[in-house]
Every structure is written in structure tokens, then in C-alpha cells.
Design a protein around this ligand. Structure first.
Ligand code: MG
Length: 203
């Protein structure tokens, strides 16, 4: 399986990073070895002094597909989860400066946290879901999928023009504003509406 992550999909986050609003979805990949599953701890890597959390709605693909049209995209997933796209912000700044690939800042072991999923039928409107992240019981990020620049179905249409989607692939759909640094012993908790979706201790 692979993990497809959408970047710059919320205006509030684009503003905090001082980036330009993209005209097409921006995506990158993380390998399967990036997964942190079942509320396991995240082991802070030694190579970075500035690991950031980014809370994101996650979609699990349930069917093989290529060149998926937007109107059929909803038939390619049944489940919605929540995760963290951990990012080594200091390393990312270095590679950006030199226009180098950014995998070392994004695709490292453990950098994709995900735990439980909910059936999409639990939601009246997938583009109106509230989600949030608590760090040490304090609210640090709050988003609503209505604010995505590119909807789940638009992202699936776009990405599947280039990359075949397979059963079990995960799509991280981008983070709202409020990203920040984690320290060893911090505890992150992600919520969709009132449902606890994951816990993650930094070790
Ligand atoms: Mg992200």
C-alpha cells in the first residue's frame, strides 16, 4: 500500500506557511514504513529538532482505480479516518532552499499516524466534517472539511490520473492552520466531531 498526502489544501494553513494558493492539488507520497498504527508511540527522530504535527482527515481506498472521474470517486472509499502527517520542518526548509526532493522531511519511519476508521455513511456530508487535535489536552488544531480547496472526490480524480489507486491506499487530505512542534512526552489526541480517533505519545 501507499500513502498519498495532499499539501496546501486549506487556506488557513497556506497563509501560516506564506505559500501561494495552488491551482491544482499538490500531492506527495509516504511509504508503508511511515505508518504508526494502533495508538503506538511516535519515536522522535534524532535528525530533526523541529518535528511538526499536521492533523488531517484520511480516506481509505477500497477499489483499484485509474483515471477515476469525480462523479464516480465516492465509490472508491467507504471509510474515513484521522491521522497525523508528521513533518521535519527544519529539514523541509533546507530541501526547499535547494529545490531538492522533500521525502527526508516527510516520508520517514512513523511519520503517518492513523488508527480507527468510521464508515462514511456516519456522515451526512463528507465536506462538512469537524476535526481537531489536542496536544497535552489543549486544543491546537481545528478544521472543517468544507474549507478544503480540493474536495476528497476532486483529489481522487486528480491523483488517479497519474497514479493507480489500490485497495488499502490512504489519502491524507491536508491540514488546517495551527501546526506546531512536538517534544518528547507530548501526547496528541485526534477527534472527528466528538469521536476520539487516535492517541499518540511522543517518545
Ligand atoms: Mg500535511
Amino acid at each position: 500500500m501507499k500513502i498519498i498526502c495532499i499539501g496546501l489544501n486549506y487556506k488557513s494553513h497556506i497563509e501560516e506557511l506564506n505559500k501561494t494558493v495552488p491551482t491544482k492539488p499538490v500531492f506527495f507520497l509516504k511509504p508503508e514504513t511511515a505508518l504508526t498504527l494502533r495508538n503506538r508511540p511516535f519515536f522522535h527522530p534524532d535528525f530533526s529538532n523541529n518535528i511538526h504535527y499536521e492533523v488531517e482527515l484520511v480516506v481509505r481506498i477500497n477499489k483499484l482505480g485509474k483515471h477515476i472521474q469525480k462523479k464516480f470517486a465516492h465509490t472508491y472509499y467507504d471509510e474515513i479516518g484521522l491521522g497525523i502527517d508528521f513533518t521535519a520542518r527544519d529539514i523541509q526548509a533546507d530541501v526547499f532552499k535547494n529545490a531538492l526532493p522533500w521525502e527526508i522531511s516527510k516520508a520517514f519511519d512513523g511519520s503517518a499516524v492513523v488508527n480507527r476508521f468510521l464508515p462514511k455513511t456516519d456522515f451526512a456530508n463528507l465536506q462538512n466534517i469537524n476535526f481537531s487535535l489536542l496536544k497535552n489536552k489543549q486544543l491546537v488544531q481545528q478544521g472543517n472539511t468544507a474549507d478544503m480547496l480540493f474536495s476528497i472526490d476532486e483529489v481522487i480524480e486528480y491523483v488517479s490520473q497519474f497514479i493507480t489507486l489500490k485497495i488499502g491506499d490512504l489519502i491524507f487530505t491536508g491540514t488546517p492552520c495551527g501546526i506546531g512542534k512536538v517534544e518528547i512526552n507530548d501526547e496528541l489526541e485526534g477527534y472527528i466531531e466528538e469521536e476520539l480517533m487516535f492517541k499518540c505519545r511522543i517518545k
